[in-house]
Design a protein around this ligand. Structure first.
Ligand SMILES: [Zn+2]
Length: 403
């Protein structure tokens, strides 16, 4: 049996579980065994939906009532790619040169191991008790469709009256050094298609046809040239990027009757999905010479922009990072989406984990010293969380003193 307070040993065992989405790979089984032996009540939850793979998830809790600190993460990993290209096999958990190699080392089995080790150490030091509730919400469906994972776990918990006060999500947030960045929000994401309809005809008789391509190019130029905004306090400027231009015309002597361009917008807290749709429509209308020929379609999206308000919990996590790493983390909202977009509907969420430089790559790896430091950070967070008895009311009160 591995030492339950040793994050390196736990991380190695987790990496040895080949849990490529949607496979459980033994990773949740391992976590359940460790957490149950420490006194957590563990529930294994399988969620399914027609047309998607069934996914296993885990919810573990110790203690009762509030304050309730939840740690969130995922044990599933992306495929390793060409295994022979790895310096050490991707599911071997090899240690070389003071680094731990393996798929999921940074994203994010390493951080889960750190949190489990920190929680076990805390419980050992406090006779197995917490002054409130501590829980882990671990999904196996983060790298996949994200349908049978965190969304359903949160709903399942809410239906049972489980309330979370704060969440710490262990995604890899640091760029170069442990302590350089944490995430306090995420940009929203919106996918759209610009469609221009013309009139098909012989290319030698353009006067008898209406070519949609020049109109589409004009619209694209307009949407690319004018900024959507200039950024906000915590967010970069919103960006519209075209991802595809499609005419699908195999013929050389035919003016097509339709041209399309697909785009994605990563947007900040100056916009909502609806306000952004209106803005794009207005800008297209200003350019289109022949109205009615241009239309816009938007795909459904579950990635709305959000920002976690500053308050005692954010201060507590920042202080712990500063104390252990000597660095003041940048409060970032950059990068892609994460399960924080779902969790934020239930409680405030802050993201802090390992360094993201090698994630999803051949030779994904983390420094052993970072695993030890992250465990120390998580331990400080847990210690102070229960010592200060942070609760939701503290979020609105300005009289709450934080050191
Ligand atoms: Zn991840």
């Amino acid at each position: 049996m591995i030492a339950l307070t040793d994050p390196i040993a736990i991380a190695r065992e987790l990496i040895r579980c080949p849990s490529v989405t949607p496979a459980e790979g033994g990773a949740l089984q391992l976590l359940a065994a460790i957490l149950e032996s420490t006194g957590f009540k563990v529930e294994r939850l399988r969620f399914s939906q027609p047309g998607t793979a069934t996914v296993e998830n885990l919810y573990a809790r110790i203690g009762e009532g509030s304050p309730h600190l939840m740690f969130a993460g995922h044990t599933d990993v992306v495929p390793p790619g060409e295994s022979s290209a790895w310096t050490h096999p991707p599911f071997s958990g090899a240690i070389a040169g003071e680094e731990l190699y393996g798929r999921g080392a940074a994203d994010m089995k390493g951080a889960i191991a750190c949190f489990v080790a920190a929680a076990c150490a805390y419980l050992t030091a406090h006779n197995g008790k917490t002054d409130g509730s501590l829980s882990l919400l671990i999904t196996g469906d983060e790298e996949g469709a994200a349908i049978n994972g965190t969304v359903k776990l949160l709903k399942w918990a809410a239906e049972r009256g489980i309330r979370f006060d704060q969440c710490l999500l262990g995604e890899p947030t640091n760029a170069e050094r442990l302590g350089d960045a944490m995430k306090i929000g995420r940009r929203g994401s919106l996918n759209g298609t610009l469609i221009v309809r013309g009139k098909q005809g012989h290319v030698a008789y353009p006067q008898l046809a209406e070519n949609p391509i020049p109109v589409l190019i004009g619209l694209m130029n307009q949407l690319m040239s004018e900024p959507l905004d200039h950024g906000t306090e915590h967010f970069d400027p919103s960006r519209l990027e075209f991802t595809s231009v499609d005419v699908g015309n195999p013929t050389v002597n035919l003016i097509p009757d339709e041209a399309r361009a697909r785009f994605n917008i990563r947007y900040n807290d100056r916009h909502s999905r609806d306000s952004l749709k209106r803005l794009i429509k207005i800008r297209c209308r200003n350019v289109a010479t022949q109205r009615g020929r241009v239309s816009l379609e938007f795909a459904p999206s579950n990635s709305e922009v959000f920002l976690t308000a500053s308050g005692p919990f954010l201060d507590l996590v920042v202080d712990a990072v500063v104390e252990i790493t000597g660095q003041t983390p940048r409060l970032s909202t950059s990068g892609g989406t994460s399960d924080a977009r779902f969790i934020k509907n239930y409680c405030p969420v802050v993201e802090f984990g390992l360094i993201g430089r090698t994630i999803h790559q051949i030779d994904e790896r983390v420094a052993l010293s970072d695993l030890m430091a992250l465990t120390a950070i998580y331990r400080l967070v847990i210690d102070r969380y229960f010592a200060k008895r942070l609760n939701p009311a503290a979020h609105s009160g300005s009289d709450e003193a934080t050191s």
